[in-house]
Design a protein around this ligand. Structure first.
Ligand code: FAD
Length: 408
């Protein structure tokens, strides 16, 4: 029987394993992760999971029984250290070897700890990527008297963590290097909205703050920025982005480009090796653009496509990217890619100031929609983008025109 080995048991790897069975794969499936915790959902880590007292089982991707039922051999707490493409086998951290017929790399990404003077001596400084990070943060937070939290990086993880720790009673400040939060991942109207929304909720946000050093005495950290300003903190969360876990692929001589390069079938330049999820650099045919994405949608959809291809059903990856974020009482849903936009139309809703949407166009083509507390805008935007519908921008921006496909 053929054997499929999957490196990385998170959103991409776990979905791949279960999709393989769904597509009729009868061979062995070995799913390996260096983390020893049952595979879990990452998005709640900075959201509901951080604020609740739930155990990780409540947040698991699949139950222990389902791995057994599907005959998926889940090996946790062990890393893959190398790939031997010629002999089609991998080596594990206990020096054992495992041969494969098909190999899937789903190694994701790891948080970047920036090179800041004094960072290694900082007290209670954490990234936020794993369940262990969350339990460390919770412990430090509970033990802290003043609960002064400083978040370095105003991206989604930084802002979600700020909202969660504020809800839990922290005094929270965010330091962002750029002139607006979410600068890399959202357009200006969304940044402006979240900045004032957080302020309203009592989170302090400081932009154009480039952290250059951290000094720590006793339990207190003093963070200094390039402009000379200083901030005191009991707890520091670092959310400045991730770097791809591509060392295995690199050592094995697979083609890289800001990630592991794959074709439309999610296949690397070795036809028996696939790369999916946060670690894959791929092409999006709808936007004719190549990129690496960090989202559950991408991990899950690529897993399904790879499973089909491995089972001999040729399938292209052609999803429209989508993403969400929860902060306090706001749910942001984004569909599409806004790069190359020439115009953004803001649509407010008459009934609720905390509900609106921003529609991004390149000329007449709808590229992307950001929906704040507005699932309808998200659903209609998705349909329009997929079908490349021409939208009447004037009607769209008029809150008196009900948001319905036939009205636009
Ligand atoms: P990962 O989740 O990074 O998993 C890779 C796995 O591979 C890890 O478990 C790692 O231990 C393992 N691994 C790596 N190297 C080896 C090796 N050599 N041997 C064995 N195992 C190895 N996305 C959204 O769409 N919406 C959200 O709201 C959202 N919120 C998020 C909030 C947080 C706090 C975080 C951290 C992420 C969030 N994301 C969100 C992003 C989303 O979680 C990722 O895109 C997703 O986890 C990617 O899945 P993956 O399987 O590709 O990689």
């Amino acid at each position: 029987n053929p054997c499929c080995v999957v490196i990385g048991a998170s959103h991409a790897g776990v979905n791949l394993a279960f999709s393989l069975r769904k597509e009729g794969w009868e061979g062995q499936i070995i799913l390996i992760d260096s983390d020893s915790t049952i595979p879990y959902h990452r998005p709640p880590l900075s959201k509901a999971y951080l604020t609740s007292d739930d155990g990780i089982e409540k947040n698991q991707l699949k139950s222990w029984e389902s791995y057994k039922q599907e005959n998926i051999d889940l090996k946790l707490g062990i890393s893959v250290t190398s790939i031997d493409r010629e002999n089609k086998k991998i080596t594990l951290s206990d020096s054992s070897e495992q041969s494969y017929d098909q190999l899937v790399i789903a190694t994701g990404a790891s948080p970047i700890i920036p090179r800041i003077e004094g960072i290694e001596k900082a007290k209670n400084l954490f990234p936020l990527r794993s369940a262990k990070d969350v339990s460390d943060i919770k412990t430090a937070f509970k033990e802290s008297e003043q609960k002064r939290v400083l978040i370095i990086g105003g991206g989604y993880i930084g802002l979600e963590t700020a909202a969660s720790l504020k809800k839990m009673g922290g005094m929270v400040s965010v330091l962002e290097r750029e002139d607006r939060v979410l600068a890399r991942v959202a357009t200006a109207p969304i940044s402006t909205f979240f900045q004032s929304y957080h302020k309203e909720k009592g989170v302090e946000i400081f932009c154009e703050k480039n952290v250059v050093s951290i000094r720590t005495d006793e339990n207190q950290n003093v963070v200094t920025c390039a402009d000379g300003s200083t901030f005191e903190a009991d707890i520091i969360i670092v959310g400045v982005g991730v770097s791809v876990n591509a060392e295995l692929a690199e050592k094995a001589g697979l083609e890289l480009e800001n990630g592991i390069k794959v074709n439309a079938f999610t296949q690397t330049n070795d036809e028996n090796i696939y790369a999916i999820g946060d670690c894959s650099f791929h092409h999006n045919p709808h936007y004719d653009r190549s990129h690496r994405l960090e989202s559950v949608q991408n991990a899950v959809d690529q897993a399904k496509v790879a499973a089909k291809n491995i089972c001999g059903i040729p399938t292209n990856y052609e999803s429209i990217p989508w993403f969400w974020s929860d902060q306090f009482e706001v749910k942001l849903q984004m569909i599409g890619l806004f790069e190359g936009l020439t115009e953004s139309v803001v649509r407010k809703e008459a009934d609720n100031p905390l509900k609106f949407s921003v529609w991004h166009f390149k000329g007449d083509e709808l590229l992307a929609v950001d929906a704040i507390n507005n699932p309808k805008a998200y659903v209609i935007g998705t349909k329009f983008i997929k079908e490349r519908t021409l939208v009447d921008k004037e009607k769209l921006s008029d809150p008196l025109t009900e948001l319905k496909p036939k009205n636009l």
